[in-house]
Design a protein around this ligand. Structure first.
Ligand code: GUN
Ligand code: ZN
Length: 431
């Protein structure tokens, strides 16, 4: 089946960097995206490609709107959907007061299924087509999110949370069940269609050495799974890690000692690393998730994108809901801009786009499949529509370039401006 989509089209081919290099991105004012069997077949100027289309090709006319690649959320907790914006406290206090209490509800498969469906529909409404997701300690909560993703044909990576100490009893597993449950879930889900498995120790604080060792064993037995955890988010947390692991040089070193620092390892936050950590992270090919709304909401700190990028670490943008306050990656980009402003750094629109598309795909090791709209990639894309809300529409009228338009949508846009979301060429949600 051949389809074509006509619109302005904007995507990244490289990291535009802080200077927003034009050559890193491609923009077509009147473009045509040709999709065959869910994969991008061709991308080019509409006037050049239209005459060569097959007679049976359907052409969707989105002129006046902007197509970008599907957005990628590198770190988010689906079980925290219903506790977004819970007042009070920094990380450790917030976890106890809100997150743990909420996650206990996911022992119930029906509850898990109901939240998983609502969560994924919300992602799609916000233009997010791929996500790396924390489930909860309950295996049935992992089944629920994978089942919901498969139903929607979303590309999704998720895993069972491992936590066997310093947490409520009803959320506690043990090293043995952590290993066997994860192994079973990997065998059931990893590589099924668009689904992938992430070995998910919550953070070093809530895992015993035996459990971290079991996680490391899984990570080496299944090298193409992901490792997904939190790292150096909050100063009180770091003090606890130093107390619990006195023999480790740093927080990152704890994960490294247990074989959890490798390619396809995604560390959320990474606010308090030193140069030795950064060099090691880059050498091992691990990636960082930049979670600006969460870092501001929980008062955790400011992510230093310039230093992380200069060290050669792949970085992707992430919402980290429910510590984060929005599932919208547009909103997340705008908060990233502010976090960088506070550090004398800047974020051009093109680089914000990169961090939520190709940069995120690279951080996840999925850039051979997603991240931009080059021929051969899976046709996951979003139709941005400034006309979806009145202020964004007014501001769009006054823009004179695609970068200015995108920048205005980053700040003024929300789910009303996500005109449509496509998964492998199929409409997965529209306004
Ligand atoms: N560190 C350990 N667990 C969590 C969590 O649920 N949210 C955030 N933001 N940080 C964490
Ligand atoms: Zn998190």
């Amino acid at each position: 089946m051949q389809q074509a989509f006509r619109a302005s089209i904007y995507h990244c081919l490289e990291d535009p960097g802080e200077e927003g290099r034009d050559s890193a991105c491609a923009y077509l004012d009147d473009g045509l995206l040709v999709v065959e069997n869910g994969v991008v077949a061709e991308l080019g100027p509409a006037d050049q490609l239209l005459p060569g289309l097959r007679d049976d090709t359907s052409v969707e006319d989105y002129r006046g709107k902007l197509i970008i690649p599907g957005l990628i959320d590198c770190h988010v907790h689906y079980s925290q959907l219903d506790i977004i914006a819970s007042h009070g406290g920094q990380l450790l206090d917030w976890l106890i007061r809100y997150a743990y209490a909420e996650e206990a509800r996911f022992a119930d498969k029906d509850h898990s299924a109901s939240v998983a469906g609502a969560f994924l529909d919300e992602l799609l409404r916000n233009g997010t087509t791929t996500a790396l997701v924390f489930a909860t300690v309950f295996p049935q909560s992992v089944d629920a999110i994978f089942e919901a993703a498969a139903e929607r044909n979303m590309r999704l990576i998720a895993g069972k949370v491992l936590m066997d100490r310093l947490c409520p009893d009803n959320l506690r597993d043990d090293p043995e069940s952590a290993y066997t449950d994860s192994k079973e879930l990997i065998e059931r889900w990893h590589g099924q269609g668009r689904l992938g498995y992430a070995i998910t120790p919550r953070f070093a604080l809530t895992s015993s050495e035996e459990q971290l060792e079991a996680a490391g064993r899984l990570a080496s037995e299944y090298p193409d799974t992901w490792v997904h955890t939190h790292l150096a988010e909050n100063t009180d947390e770091i003090r606890e890690i130093e107390r619990l692991f006195p023999q480790s040089r740093s927080y990152l070193d704890v994960y490294d000692r247990f074989g959890l620092l490798r390619e396809r390892s995604m560390f959320a936050h990474c606010l308090y690393l030193d140069e030795t950590d950064r060099v090691l992270m880059a050498e091992k090919g691990a990636a960082a998730a930049f979670c600006p709304t969460s870092n501001l909401f929980l008062g955790s700190g400011l992510f230093d994108l310039r230093t992380m990028s200069s060290a050669g670490i792949a970085v992707g943008l992430a919402t980290d809901v429910g510590g984060g306050t929005s599932l919208s990656l547009l909103k997340t980009m705008s908060e990233a801009y502010k976090v960088l402003q506070l550090q004398g750094q800047t974020l051009p629109a093109s680089r914000a786009l990169y961090l939520a598309t190709l940069g995120a795909a690279r951080a996840l090791g999925l850039d051979d499949r997603i991240g931009n709209l080059e021929a051969g990639k899976e046709a996951d894309f979003v139709v941005l529509d400034a006309a979806g809300s009145s202020i964004a529409a007014r501001r769009a009228q006054a823009t004179t370039s695609h970068d200015e338009l995108l920048f205005s949508l980053i700040f003024l846009g929300d789910d009303r401006n996500i005109g449509a979301t496509y998964l492998q060429g199929r409409l997965a949600g529209d306004r």
